[in-house]
Design a protein. Structure first.
Length: 268
């Protein structure tokens, strides 16, 4: 079973390619399922005054879902299109997030932490945010947010669970206890995680999560899905061969797929 559940397209502003180009690329490379999972509109900052090209405008959200559903129907029999959303967890915005999620027939919603307050720790334009900060305290804040996201019940799986390491900023102290606590929160609330292969093309040069975290997730029997986090059609499926090999080496034999917010495990 060859799947890719994490993709972005032109509506979000920092990716290229239409949804249909992604679907066609998925057919070309032999995907059985493609998950369309663009970024939820910004809720806690003003898109007009914040950094540009962060997420789709709110008025585009219904058009996005309509197009996903149309493509699902158009390419039925060639590829299984799953309609998703990468829904930022923003503390204090849970009701707004819930309203968005329940308004549309999503197959799955990824719970990702990008923001600590108004600082997007995954944005290359905002790495100056690390200046003068105690890195351990930033990591503590980040993993606390991941645990809170898991506890909301709003999401199906946690995206790139250790993405805080993306640009290579790491504390000198050991963060194993923080990573483990986040995984334990995921387990406690019956969620899955993803193996996000895009870290291999980031400064950290390591998938999200690390092999050590994957091994602990396996120990906890946490379901896992897989995604390239492609921001252009040419990167669809990128590094997923390596990702599947790592998963098999760790002991995983099934991947989590989602349909109408229900988890279905498939052999790979």
């Amino acid at each position: 079973m060859f799947i890719d559940y994490h993709t972005h397209h032109a509506r979000c502003g920092h990716a290229v390619g239409s949804l249909e180009e992604y679907v066609q690329k998925g057919i070309e490379i032999g995907l059985a399922q493609i998950g369309l999972s663009d970024h939820m509109p910004l809720l806690h900052v003003d898109p007009a005054t914040y950094y540009p090209e962060m997420a789709m405008p709110m008025e585009e959200l219904p058009r996005y879902v309509e197009e996903c559903l149309a493509l699902k129907e158009k390419y039925k029999g060639q590829i299984d299109v799953r309609v998703g959303l990468e829904g930022d967890y923003i503390e204090g915005q849970e009701e707004k997030i819930e309203t968005i999620i329940h308004a549309y027939p999503f197959d799955y919603v990824i719970g990702s932490v990008h923001f600590l307050g108004e600082w997007d720790i995954t944005d290359f334009r905002q790495t100056h945010g690390w200046e003068g900060k105690n890195r351990m305290k930033v990591y503590e804040q980040y993993y606390d947010a991941v645990a809170k996201a898991a506890a909301t019940g709003l999401y199906d799986y946690i995206g790139h669970i250790d993405v805080i390491k993306r640009f290579g900023y790491k504390p000198e102290e050991d963060v194993t206890h923080l990573e483990n606590a986040a995984l334990e929160a995921v387990k406690r609330h019956g969620m899955a995680i993803e193996l996000n292969a895009s870290g291999l093309r980031m400064p950290v040069e390591e998938m999200f999560p690390s092999r050590r975290m994957l091994e602990y997730a396996k120990q906890l029997s946490i379901p896992i899905t897989i995604g390239s986090d492609a921001h252009q059609p040419e990167r669809l499926g990128q590094y997923l061969d390596q990702a599947r090999a790592v998963l098999k080496d760790v002991g995983f034999s099934q991947l989590a797929t989602f349909e109408r917010r229900k988890l279905v495990l498939v052999d790979f």
